[in-house]
Design a protein around this ligand. Structure first.
Ligand code: FAD
Length: 321
């Protein structure tokens, strides 16, 4: 049965986040030939609609409102509920991002809808979409489907491929005005801790440092390698606790979950809580001077040695490519 599916897109630094395109691909699968409607919220978003059509949206709902300039739970929840009320979708897809994780359970509760969170894969079986999500920090996977009501899901960035770009695709834009009131949070200032480089959650390549980098200075060769590879720098909690870097870089059970194509772990022992945040990376390279370090158990390629010798060598070689 065909479905109308709303895909809630996200903007960062005036650009659409990659996860929005991945969510459109899921919306497409779930709609089974129905309508995929991208929802674009912000202060001035009209210039971003074209790209959404190219990535598979059949129609785009735009909501321009100064109260949506920066994310707040109240404003986004109210705006989305009003859009959902107007559109009456059978499916709603969001990214499993800070925004998606915050707003999706609130929407699901208000809509009395089932919500499958942190989806890493989808498949269709006899007309129904089955969602796969990891359990126990990625040690097991469960397959789920929602049998009745609105089907809601959040999808983990970097796991599901977007549709092939079709630059000839266009569609209708539906501007919607919303009534947002009683916002309990006022954003006064946004202070960015990691201002430059690639977004860690969406990076295709992550170079991560642990306590083995031995200090703030020790991160410099890793930053250089990440720059050459157009990747992002991450860290273990050991490195964050030792104040070698900011907690916004922490990967793991109590940090960010990343699934890049390539994860380079430098001076990280491979504690279970760290592995929980990166074990689904497609290729894992570990650099550690201890050949018994547990990180080698999950690494596809292991280099036993001093990271301060190996990382600069790697960087120099990669610069030549
Ligand atoms: P270490 O375990 O000290 O390892 C450092 C490694 O560097 C060693 O293997 C050493 O051989 C190697 N090394 C040293 N010098 C060099 C060199 N010159 N060249 C190459 N290798 C070198 N941790 C996380 O990362 N993320 C989390 O989200 C997280 N959540 C947690 C939640 C809870 C409830 C608890 C209890 C712990 C959590 N931890 C988390 C902490 C986790 O248990 C580990 O303590 C932490 O991951 C260790 O960090 P590390 O590997 O950098 O340090």
């Amino acid at each position: 049965m065909t479905k109308k599916v709303l895909v809630v897109t996200e903007i960062k630094d005036q650009e659409l986040r990659q996860v929005s395109f991945e969510a459109l691909a899921v919306g497409h699968e779930l709609s089974a030939g129905g309508e995929v409607v991208a929802v674009l919220l912000g202060e001035n978003v009209d210039n971003l609609t074209t790209q959404l059509f190219h990535y598979g949206a059949d129609r785009v709902v735009t909501v321009n409102d100064e109260k949506l300039k920066d994310y707040t739970t109240d404003a986004y929840q109210q705006a989305l509920l009003q859009v959902i009320d107007k559109e009456s979708p059978e499916g709603i897809i969001l990214g499993h991002t800070s925004i998606g994780k915050d707003v999706s359970p609130r929407l699901a509760m208000k809509l009395e809808a089932g919500l499958i969170s942190d989806v890493t894969a989808i498949e269709s079986e006899e007309g129904e979409v089955i969602f796969t999500r990891p359990l126990y920090s990625g040690k097991a996977f469960e397959k789920k489907k929602i049998k009745e009501g609105i089907v809601m899901a959040t999808i983990r960035p970097n796991n599901i491929a977007p549709l092939e770009v079709d630059e000839s695709k266009t569609g209708d834009v539906t501007p919607v005005s919303v009534d947002i009131k009683d916002i309990r949070t006022i954003i006064k200032e946004i202070v960015r801790k990691t201002s430059e480089g690639v977004d860690l959650s969406e990076a295709k390549i992550v170079v991560a440092g642990g306590r083995g980098v031995k200090g703030t200075e020790g991160f410099k060769p890793l930053q250089e390698l990440a720059r050459v590879l157009n990747g992002a720098v991450g860290a273990s909690r050991g490195a964050c606790d030792a104040e070698y870097c900011d907690y916004s870089l922490q990967i793991g059970q109590t940090g960010k979950v990343v699934t890049p194509d390539l994860y380079i772990a430098c001076g990280i022992s491979g504690a279970i809580q760290h592995v929980a945040g990166m074990s689904n990376s497609k290729v894992i390279v570990a650099i550690n001077k201890d050949p018994e370090a547990p990180i080698f158990d999950i690494a596809d390629y292991g280099i036993v040695g001093d990271l301060f010798e190996i990382v600069p060598l790697l960087t120099e070689e990669l610069k030549k490519v």
